[in-house]
Design a binder for this molecule. Structure first.
Ligand code: JHZ
Length: 419
C-alpha cells in the first residue's frame, strides 16, 4: 500500500456541529480510517509520493437525523483540480437524465422565455436535452474539464461553485428559474444551509427544484458503505431533508424513489406547501423503521466489518489458488472499497474503466493501474471485482464476450458473491 498518512491541517476541518441544524450532539457510528481522496487519481510518476489522506468518520445527528461525515476537505482540492468524473460516460445515466427532462417538459410548459438552471451540471449530460428542446439553460459547475466539455456541446456554463453569493448574482444577471436541477450535489456541499438558501434565491415563486441524491435507507440496508467518501459530506433520509428545506421556506412536495446509484431519491421542492402522499408515506415509513434515530445505525459498523472480512477471504482464497483478478470501474466508491478492505496490486492486477480521462492513471491508495475495458478480453483475467456494482446490469451485458470465455465477476455488496 502507498504511504497515505498525510493530513495537512489547513486542507481540512473536523466538524463538531451538525451541518444542517448545528446540534453539538453528533453521534459517530462508523470509522473507515484515514483514507486518500476517492476521486484524486495518481499519476504513474507520483506513485511513491504520499497521498493527501483524511479521517473518514460517519455520524448521525440525534436532533435532525442528518447522517454526515465529520471531516470537511476543502472543495478546491476535491473538485476543481483535474476532477475526473464525467457523467456522459454512462449510457444508463444519459438515458435516466433524458427521461427526467422529458418528464419535466411534459409537466410544465417551457419555451424560449423560460430558464432551467442545473447546479453541478458537469459536462452538460442533462441540460443538453433542454437545449435540444429550445429551452434556455444555465449550467453551474466548478470543475474546469467537465464545464469546458459542456460549453463545447452548446450548454452555457458558469465555471464556479454554487453559493448563496453566486445565487444572488445569477438571479440578477439571468433572472429566477422555472426549474432548478441538482443531481448528486447537495451531499457534496460544505455549506448545506447556504446551498439550500441559494436554491430558494434562484427559484421563481411557481418554480420547482428537482433534486436527486443517493438515499440513506438502501445505503444502510444493502451495506453500500463504499459510497461513503470525502466528497459526500451528507447521506440523506427524507426526514433529514424535510428539516433542512423547511428551515429555508422550501417544501418537499413530492418524492420518487430511483434505482440509480444503488438507490436514490428525487425530491420536488417548491417555495409553497402542497405535500403529496408520496412524501407523507415515506416520512411515516422512515419513522416506523427508526431511520430518524441513532439506534438504527448501531449495528452498521459490524456489518461493514463482516463484508470486509468476507471479501478479503474470497479474494485471498482465489489469489492463493493462482487465479488472476482484475477490477471493473475506477469509481470513487471503488477507492473506498479497495482501501478499506486493504486490497491492492498484490492481489488485483488492474482496473478497467471506459472514462478515457481516467485511463493511464492509478487508483488512489490501492494504486491499481486504470486501463481500457478491452483489457478484459485481451488478458482474460479469471475474476473481475465489480467496483461499479451500481451499474452491474449494464456492465455484465456489455461484458458478454468476456463472460462467455469463462470470465467471472465478483459483486461485493451487500455481501460478496460470484456471478
Ligand atoms: P460511478 C460518482 O461516484 C461521483 P462514483 C460523484 N461523487 C457522485 O456523487 C456519485 O457518482 C453519485 C465507469 N463505467 O458513476 C465510469 C465504465 O467504465 O458509479 C465510472 O468511472 N463502464 C459525483 O465514481 C465508474 O465506472 C460502464 O459501462 O463512485 C462508475 O462510477 C459504466 C456504466 C461505468 O460513480
Amino acid at each position: 500500500m502507498a504511504d497515505t498518512m498525510m493530513r495537512p491541517e489547513a486542507l481540512s476541518k473536523t466538524e463538531t456541529a451538525c451541518r444542517s441544524c448545528g446540534s453539538k450532539a453528533l453521534t459517530p457510528f462508523l470509522d473507515l480510517g484515514i483514507t486518500p481522496l476517492a476521486d484524486r487519481l495518481v499519476r504513474q510518476n507520483d506513485k511513491d509520493t504520499p497521498e493527501l489522506s483524511f479521517p473518514l468518520v460517519v455520524a448521525v445527528c440525534p436532533d435532525c437525523s442528518l447522517v454526515q461525515i465529520t471531516e470537511t476537505v476543502k472543495p478546491e482540492i476535491l473538485f476543481a483540480d483535474a476532477y475526473p468524473y464525467y457523467s456522459s460516460f454512462s449510457p444508463a445515466l444519459m438515458a435516466h437524465s433524458r427521461d427526467n427532462v422529458l418528464a419535466r417538459l411534459e409537466e410544465k410548459p417551457l419555451g424560449g422565455d423560460s430558464l432551467v438552471i442545473e447546479l453541478a451540471s458537469n459536462d452538460g449530460y442533462l441540460l443538453r436535452n433542454y437545449v435540444e428542446a429550445g429551452v434556455p439553460v444555465l449550467g453551474i459547475d466548478p470543475a474546469d474539464g467537465p464545464a469546458a466539455a459542456a460549453e463545447k456541446i452548446g450548454v452555457r456554463t458558469l465555471n464556479d461553485f454554487f453559493t448563496l453569493d453566486l445565487a444572488r448574482k445569477v438571479r440578477e444577471e439571468h433572472g429566477p428559474a422555472d426549474i432548478v436541477h441538482g443531481n448528486n450535489v447537495l451531499a457534496h456541499v460544505a455549506d448545506t444551509n447556504g446551498f439550500v438558501e441559494g436554491i430558494r434565491t434562484i427559484l421563481k415563486p411557481d418554480g420547482v427544484a428537482v433534486i436527486e441524491m443517493p438515499y440513506l435507507r438502501p445505503l444502510i440496508e444493502h451495506v453500500e458503505f463504499d459510497t461513503i467518501y470525502h466528497e459526500h459530506l451528507c447521506y440523506f433520509s427524507l426526514t433529514a431533508l424535510d428539516h433542512l428545506f423547511r428551515r429555508h421556506g422550501l417544501y418537499l412536495n413530492r418524492v420518487e424513489q430511483l434505482a440509480i446509484h444503488g438507490g436514490s431519491l428525487r425530491v420536488f421542492v417548491q417555495p409553497f406547501e402542497a405535500v403529496e402522499d408520496s412524501v407523507k408515506t415515506m416520512l411515516a415509513d422512515e419513522k416506523a423503521i427508526g431511520l430518524d434515530s441513532p439506534a438504527y445505525f448501531e449495528g452498521f459498523s459490524k456489518r461493514v466489518e463482516k463484508l470486509r472480512t468476507d471479501l478479503n477471504l474470497m479474494i485471498t482464497d482465489l489469489h492463493s489458488k493462482g487465479y488472476s483478478i482484475a477490477a471493473y470501474g475506477a469509481a470513487a466508491k471503488g477507492a473506498t472499497m479497495l482501501n478499506f478492505c486493504g486490497l491492492d496490486t498484490s492481489q488485483i492486477d488492474f482496473v478497467v474503466d471506459r472514462n478515457v480521462n481516467k485511463q493511464g492513471w492509478l487508483m488512489p491508495g490501492a494504486h491499481l493501474p486504470i486501463r481500457e475495458p478491452e483489457a478484459l478480453i485481451n488478458e482474460q483475467p479469471d475474476y473481475v471485482l465489480m467496483l461499479a456494482w451500481n451499474f452491474a446490469d449494464e456492465i455484465l451485458a456489455q461484458q458478454a464476450e468476456y463472460r462467455a470465455a469463462g470470465g467471472k465477476f465478483i459483486i461485493p455488496v451487500p455481501s460478496p458473491r460470484i456471478v
